[in-house]
Design a protein around this ligand. Structure first.
Ligand code: AMP
Length: 421
């Protein structure tokens, strides 16, 4: 069960203007007190205000917009067949399912049923078209598939009264700005806009400025005490020994579950494969896997049937796994933004977590940039037996790590030991 935020226990949900039905939904979810973003956003959304929320992943954003949205839709009678009244745009398939399911769970407690449609690409469009027959009150969608569905006349967006943009920075990062412009053109100009992002690069700031009318600004990023409880660590290791180190850490620390980030699909496959060979229950998770496989891996991970997931950034975005204790950056993220999102996978819902980044000679400068951006200065730890070789020795060191045909020979190992001094 999610833990309450002790310091906000004094502010009850009942003070925020929510209906008794939604207060029941809140307590059925096990939420004892509102998280700061909920305390700030719920009254503003209920008043019909636009919202600009700067909030890290895991801060409780979903309920912050979903609860007041459900209340508004419940109060205003809908049409028959249902017109789409609220549109929630998200960057990834997983986030679409996660948010849609969370809203359905909350909506179960309402006296008049509201239909929540979840749509995303990478799966057949037909079941989603069938699901939209008779309309829907709320649509949670990724941009590309939403446009496909409107092109098939499967849904009409001219009745949308509330637009939610979740993880807006990532929508832009993933190159959805064209699609987003086309979607905006299909929406009525008079509507409420709720805009959430973990970071505000110039493109996102410009969009917020044109899109929002006199928004209520909620900034959870500049309040360090409201950040999830994450212990950040960095560990120096030669690039070619990272898999061995990962294996060692998993076994030595008896980590129950680990989410490991790598840079490429190929690396995800290789590292997962090597861990499995060491009898560690691991699966890759990336955009080239079938939707069925992705769903299965995620379900197994959430149910703790799987110990390690090796994921790329795109695939693991926004995933909420309760009590995920450890995130490892096997490859460093490309940007400080990705770093925030990656480490936000742990330390969620009041649990503490560890985010460990592997730093090698060739990524050290990049790591310094991430640190600078994050205003961090972490000691770079060394693990006994995995200390990086000095630069000169690295240059002559043979590759290791179990690539077939390239295992170090006895002679290689002796040479490496000699180089280490
Ligand atoms: P989100 O940022 O919406 O993905 O939420 C992160 C996690 O916090 C989810 O597991 C939610 O169920 C949980 N959560 C949201 N609101 C609360 C609350 N008021 N009290 C405890 N847990 C919460």
């Amino acid at each position: 069960m999610p833990l309450p935020d002790a310091k906000h226990l004094s502010m009850p949900f009942s003070a925020l203007g929510l209906s008794p039905d939604l207060l029941r939904a809140v307590s059925a979810s096990g939420y004892l007190a509102p998280r700061p973003i909920q305390a700030a956003a719920i009254p503003a959304v209920l008043q019909g205000r636009d919202v600009l929320g700067a909030a890290p992943t895991g801060s409780g954003k979903t309920a912050a917009f979903a609860l007041p949205l459900l209340q508004q839709l419940q109060q205003a009678p809908g049409d028959k067949p249902r017109r789409v009244r609220a549109l929630i745009l998200v960057p990834t398939r997983e986030l679409s399912s996660q948010i849609g399911e969370a809203i359905r769970r909350l909506a179960k407690h309402l006296p008049r049923s509201l239909k929540v449609a979840i749509v995303f690409g990478g799966v057949s469009i037909n079941p989603q078209m069938m699901g939209l027959r008779g309309g829907a009150d709320i649509v949670v969608a990724t941009p590309g598939r939403l446009l496909d569905l409107t092109a098939h006349n499967a849904l009409v967006l001219s009745g949308v009264s509330v637009l939610v943009l979740d993880e807006a920075d990532r929508l832009f990062d993933l190159g959805f700005s064209d699609e987003f412009g086309r979607i905006l053109a299909l929406l009525p100009p008079q509507r409420q806009n709720l805009f959430f992002s973990a970071t505000f690069p110039p493109a996102v700031q410009a969009l917020a400025q044109t899109l929002l009318r006199d928004p209520v600004r909620i900034d959870m990023l500049s309040e360090p005490q409201d950040r999830p409880d994450i212990v950040q660590r960095a560990m120096a290791v030669d690039a070619r020994r990272r898999t061995q180190l990962l294996r060692h850490l998993i076994q030595e620390n008896a980590w129950t579950q680990v989410l490991v980030f790598v840079a490429t699909k190929h690396a995800a496959e290789i590292v997962a494969d090597k861990l499995r060979k060491a009898r560690i229950n691991a699966e890759p998770f990336h955009g080239a896997l079938s939707q069925g496989k992705r769903t299965q891996v995620l379900a197994d991970f959430k149910a703790s049937r799987l110990k390690v997931v090796i994921a790329t950034d795109v695939a693991a975005r926004g995933i909420d796994i309760a009590q995920l204790p450890v995130v490892v950056n096997y490859d460093l993220p490309r940007s400080a933004l990705d770093y925030i999102h990656r480490i936000g996978r742990t330390g969620r819902a009041g649990e503490s977590g560890v985010a460990l980044s592997f730093v090698s000679a060739d990524t050290e400068a990049h790591w310094r940039l991430i640190e600078k951006h994050q205003r961090l200065s972490l000691p770079c730890e060394h693990m006994a037996g995995f200390e990086p070789l000095p630069a000169a020795a690295r240059a002559i060191a043979p590759p290791t790590g179990g690539v077939k045909g390239k295992r170090p020979s006895k002679k290689d190992k002796l040479r490496e030991a000699a180089a280490r001094g």
